[in-house]
Design a protein around this ligand. Structure first.
Ligand code: XUL
Ligand code: CO
Length: 442
């Protein structure tokens, strides 16, 4: 299928011109066709474009309305506008060389007056998306349902005190799972934007958590019933829009999933800005998920240290991304996941071209981080340091501790009769930071 008209007529497909290029509309590090270890960079990195920010974001913030007016936002009715917008989006996905996209149900199709009408709109747009996916080769990384914008969800969806709202949310997710399957989605994401509370004065915390778990079990059952094989992902976030969100961070997400017997069915979609809002580094969240074998996918963005909220910026901090990438590669990669740019333009960045600059910066930073992390792991200096720091557990009484053969009694005897006082050893943080700096800056 050919899209009739170009929505970015002045922009050609972005090419990789190498680190020496000074052309703003070129990649310097992300060469999607470069083969590394038998796979293209496009395959390694699995970049994805977030429909909500890049094609529904208008630049509004709590202090003012939108600033961004796109030329493609016109048509006879809301459904035909949605189709033209989607044509523009797929042209962008191709020109920016992103192999994947992600959406919420309500990003791609207008909500109707009834659920039945919303579903009819969605079906029309999904048919259009399917044709565009076929024509361009762009695939769906994940789908999800927007269970946070409509006023009916003001007190939560699965955790709403009103069972009627739970039922409505269930119906919405049922449909979202069906369309994600129809579009070949490789994952399905649950971000519980309003699954938390504003005040405990009106909240039965235990009952809300039970309801959230019941909802997720119903989703698991329905995915099985329709044969949806994609990976389920939980996206933790500590707060915003609610004061407290039940999926606070990866560690509390793991505890929640294990408490309710859901751990086999879920992995984590880790978002950088959500990690920092929880008081963690991006790498910390990745390590916690990887340690549990539950690292799923990444929402690639960044916060602003001077603003305490979810600013969803494009991340160009190569140091932060290199550390994250080391942890991701050590864990064996993201499997069916990818790097989804859940990031938005700043409010005054109103030109369609700004979408290109933003993604070029983000993709190049990740691509460079990927290459640096591969070098770090190939040389193995950091890993060797860590391994030797723990080497007292590799044999003797250390090994007995790890294998469960030692007891408090046996260890006491050992200290009293042989070991005596341990000799302090340096953690060598500054040496390691300098080692990292050599990879980053030469
Ligand atoms: C919100 C956020 C969402 C999820 C999907 O902070 O990250 O866009 O990624 O619902
Ligand atoms: Co996100």
């Amino acid at each position: 299928m050919k899209t009739r008209q170009s929505h970015f007529p002045r922009i050609k497909t972005i090419a990789c011109e190498g680190p020496g290029s000074d052309r703003p509309l070129a990649f310097r590090h992300y060469n999607p066709d470069e083969v590394i270890d038998g796979r293209t960079m496009s395959d390694h990195l699995r970049f994805s474009i977030a429909y909500w920010h890049s094609f529904r974001g208008v630049g509004s913030d709590p202090f003012g309305p939108g600033t961004i007016v796109r030329p493609w936002e016109k048509g006879r009715d809301a459904v035909s506008v949605a189709k033209t917008r989607m044509d523009a989006a797929f042209e962008f996905f191709q020109k920016i060389r992103a192999p994947f996209w992600c959406f919420h149900d309500r990003d791609i199709a207008p909500e109707g007056r009834t659920l039945a009408e919303s579903n009819r709109h969605l079906d029309k747009i999904v048919a259009h998306a399917k044709a565009l996916q076929k024509a361009t080769g762009v695939k769906l990384l994940w789908g999800t349902a927007n269970l946070f914008s409509n006023p009916r969800y003001m007190c939560g969806a699965a955790t709403n005190p009103d069972a009627h709202v739970f039922a409505y949310a269930a119906a919405q997710v049922k449909k979202a799972l069906e369309v994600t399957k129809e579009l070949g989605g490789e994952n399905y994401v649950f971000w519980g934007g309003r699954e938390g509370y504003e005040t405990l004065l009106n909240t039965d915390l235990k009952r809300e958590q039970d309801h959230l778990a019941r909802f997720l079990h119903l989703a698991v059952d329905y995915a099985k019933a329709i044969g949806f094989k994609g990976q389920f992902l939980i996206e933790p976030k500590p707060k915003e829009p609610t004061k407290h969100q039940y999926d606070f961070d990866v560690a509390s997400g793991i505890a929640f999933l294990r408490t309710y017997g859901l751990e086999k069915h879920f992995k984590f979609n880790i978002e950088t800005n959500h990690a920092t809002l929880a008081g963690h580094t991006f790498q910390h969240e990745i390590e916690v998920a990887a340690a549990a074998g539950m690292l799923g996918s990444i929402d690639a963005n960044a916060g602003d240290t001077l603003l305490g909220w979810d600013t969803d910026q494009f991340n160009t901090d190569v140091r932060e991304l290199t550390l994250a990438m080391v942890s991701i590669l050590k864990a064996g990669g993201l499997g069916s996941g990818g790097f989804n740019f859940d990031a938005k333009l700043r409010r005054p960045s109103i030109d369609p071209e700004d979408l290109f600059h933003a993604h070029i910066g983000g993709m190049d930073a990740y691509a460079l981080a990927f290459k640096l992390a591969r070098r770090i792991l190939a040389e193995g200096k950091l890993e060797q340091f860590v391994a030797s720091r723990y080497s007292s557990y590799d044999s003797g009484f250390g090994q007995e501790i790890e294998t469960g053969k030692a007891s408090f009694k046996s260890l006491e005897k050992l200290v009293l009769t042989q070991l005596g006082e341990p000799k302090p050893k340096s953690g060598k943080q500054e040496y390691l930071e300098n080692l990292l700096a050599r990879y980053l800056h030469g």
